[in-house]
Design a protein around this ligand. Sequence first.
Ligand code: TXA
Ligand code: MG
Length: 311
Amino acid sequence: MRQTDLLQPDRAGIAKAVAHLRQGDLVAFPTETVYGLGADACNPTAVAAIYATKNRPAFNPLIVHVSDIAQAARFAHFDATAQTLAAAHWPGPLSLILPLKKAHGLAGLVTAGLNTVAVRVPAHPLAQALLAAFDGPVAAPSANPSGRISPTRAAHVLKGLSGQIAAVLDGGPCDVGLESTIVAPGPLPRLLRAGGLATDQIEATIGRPLKAPDAARIESPGQMTSHYAPNACVRINAEHREPNEFRIGFGPYTGDVTLSQTGDLLEAAANLFDLLHIADKDGRPIAVAPIPETGLGQAINDRLRRASAPR
Ligand code: TXA
Ligand code: MG
């Protein structure tokens, strides 16, 4: 347990929040939709701490928050539709799913290994000030324990996470109170999640209807098996190593690479997607050492089970 600072919405509060983020600590901050649980999106351990703190049972990809389009363009590609949408609705409650640039620099856990990233520019003045001062991408899901109601006041954040995060920046109540609308631009722009920006406003901007998510696709990408499967077959809970396998170790189980030599689950989560990509490039079948089903181990095992599912 640690003391969670309640930071005031002034220059000193913002400076303190930025210092926490730079150190890899978690800071909850207000957006116009809900309070977000923020971490430096380029710091793998900080991003892993988001999942640990929320107690998320699975690695759903996170939304990356930036101060403007120029900052987003450092790591994501905008096609014409994405540009139009961003110009019309940012800052605001709209998240865009965009292809990642090659040297994007984001932690693998932010996108859960996908080659796209969810990005938004929040409109809350305090979020704007924080992101401008931090001058980098901040990954943030809603600042509540998994399965609980999203927080729209600093007090809600403290109720759920006090003692578990470095600080909450107090920006008063959120105006929208509903998470951002998520749209995937591209040749057939799709609505992935209804939210704080009305669909008809988005359709008016692009001059065409959005393709609604069909029932089968409504689930989040974190729940989809095929999205994540490496090309090679994956064997989990592998205590022993077969001669032709590429082995991902953990703790006492050594390998070609290791999730964490010391058996640290936070470090393992931070390394997971990068190592799966490396293993996939190797070409041999992949064997992963046993991971305990405790804490972040649940989400790690959930991901590994999907990767190893028959297909
Ligand atoms: O209003 C909001 O959007 C709030 C505030 C804090 O900004 N954030 C939020 O984050 O609601 P979260 O983690 O609860 O929702 C992220 C959603 C998930 O449904 C996830 O599946 C989707 O975004 N997502 C993230 N990256 C994606 C990607 N590359 N492709 C498709 N969906 C993605
Ligand atoms: Mg949420």
